[in-house]
Ligand binder design. Structure first.
Ligand code: PMT
Length: 402
């Protein structure tokens, strides 16, 4: 996701400096070329060699380093950056930059760059709430600097409260967002993800192998592109995506209620969830005892949520742009095209779930996309994050004509 991106990672002196190592790992794993600048205080907490080894680039520590300045000086570093991240950012660095002080390698490079700058502050709670700090942060925000707010928790100084460095994953997500064009700004997108569970009794249920990975990848991608995202999620083991409103549901009926409660304010609905088609006719109030050699559970059809959304066309409510998924094990194209038509969709993403590297509970997928106008597009094997990006490219291209 960050291939060909040059990122400068500024590390300041604070106990959270060790967490910048994890952030560096996430950035390089995504393909970024990361150049680390450490303040003098940062080197008291973590050795530059750690960052140098993990970034495969020399670490910059001194402004007046003759060799470093000859090979790649601070101005050239600032000019070449696509993004500048300062994590952890101390009250000191934020105060200096807010007041135009450039007296070391990090502050001079931040001030010389035209790239977006993302600060991830970490400090004692009283420093963080100090009006001087708050004024400096506010000033930088007004000037277009980006912030990944610290979280609340037990601080290394013994205090409790706001000031803990945001999780490396959250900073990474904000970095991706900072580098993404906001072509979904002003749009509200509802995405469903994961399986539904249909209870048989207090200890058993009917469900499927959906992990939620496809839907969560779509939610993250849509949020990065500036959309307001509502994620209606069945039970999954995944972390809540940053900046996304998650509505947790269990059964198909609950999913239907939540989708219908929010659909009026949505521009787009993407149904990546694997909704159980049937539920037990009656839920046993107590655990069903093992007695006979075989048993029968009578099932009743669940509401088809997507078909219900497609039918809104004929009603008074304007219908959002509708994207369905088709999980197929055979006749992929035929079945998907049928679902597109029958459920009155704008687009359907057909995935062959019989393949080991696609569909349920894997990190990759391959799909055939079909559109209302009869056209189609093929997406070969790729990560679910990449497929989410391709699906949204098609949504953006068609949304203006909707
Ligand atoms: O979650 P992962 O592990 O990442 O796996 C991803 C996935 C395989 C679940 C996903 O890529 C996918 O294919 N989701 C749709 C699964 C599915 O239920 O397909 P379907 O062909 O049975 O349903 C067609 C469409 O109707 C789907 O958009 C589904 O959400 C919707 N539907 C189905 C039944 C129902 N009662 N209500 C619905 O809204």
């Amino acid at each position: 996701m960050l291939r060909n991106k040059k990122i400068i990672l500024g590390v300041c002196g604070g106990i959270a400096a060790y967490k910048a190592i994890e952030l560096l790992r996430l950035l390089t794993k995504s393909g970024a070329d990361v150049h680390v600048i450490m303040t003098r205080a940062a080197q008291e907490f973590v050795a530059p060699l750690t960052f140098q080894t993990l970034s495969s680039n020399p670490v910059h520590t001194e402004l007046f380093n003759l060799i470093a300045e000859r090979e790649i000086g601070h101005i050239s570093l600032a000019d070449r950056a696509d993004l500048f991240i300062v994590a952890p950012a101390t009250a000191n660095i934020i105060g200096k930059i807010a007041n135009g002080i450039a007296d070391d390698m990090l502050t001079t490079t931040v001030m010389a760059t035209k790239a977006p700058v993302l600060f991830a502050p970490a400090m004692n709670v009283n420093m963080f709430t100090n009006p001087i700090y708050q004024e400096n942060e506010e000033k930088l925000r007004r000037l277009g600097y980006l912030f990944e707010a610290p979280i609340s928790g037990n601080l290394a100084c013994g205090w409790q409260g706001e000031g803990k460095l945001a999780a490396p994953e959250a900073i990474f997500e904000s970095a991706l967002a900072a580098l993404t064009e906001k072509d979904l700004a002003g749009r509200t997108i509802l995405i469903t993800a994961g399986p539904t569970r249909e209870e048989i009794d207090p200890v058993r249920y009917i469900s499927n192998h959906s992990s939620g990975k496809m839907g969560y990848a779509l939610a993250r991608a849509a949020r990065r592109r500036g959309a307001k995202v509502l994620l209606v999620s069945g039970p999954t083991a995944l972390d809540k995506p940053c900046g996304v409103s998650v509505i947790a549901v269990t059964s198909a009926s609950e999913m239907q209620s939540e989708v219908m409660a929010h659909v009026a304010k949505c521009d787009v609905v993407i149904k990546a969830a694997a909704v159980a088609d049937y539920r037990p006719l009656a839920r046993n109030l107590t655990k069903i005892k093992k007695s006979a050699d075989s048993t029968t559970i009578e099932l009743i059809k669940n509401p088809d949520i997507l078909a219900g959304l497609g039918a809104l066309d004929s009603g008074l409510m304007p219908r959002p742009f509708l994207v369905g998924f088709a999980a197929e094990t055979d006749a992929l194209a035929e079945n998907a095209a049928k679902k597109l038509k029958e459920k009155n969709l704008d687009m359907i993403v057909a995935n062959d779930v019989s393949q080991a590297d696609a569909g349920f509970n894997v990190d990759t997928n391959r799909a055939l996309l079909f559109f209302r106008d009869g056209s189609s597009s093929q997406c070969g094997l790729m990560s679910k994050d990449q497929l989410a990006g391709s699906i949204l490219d098609h949504v953006v291209a068609r949304l203006t004509q909707h």
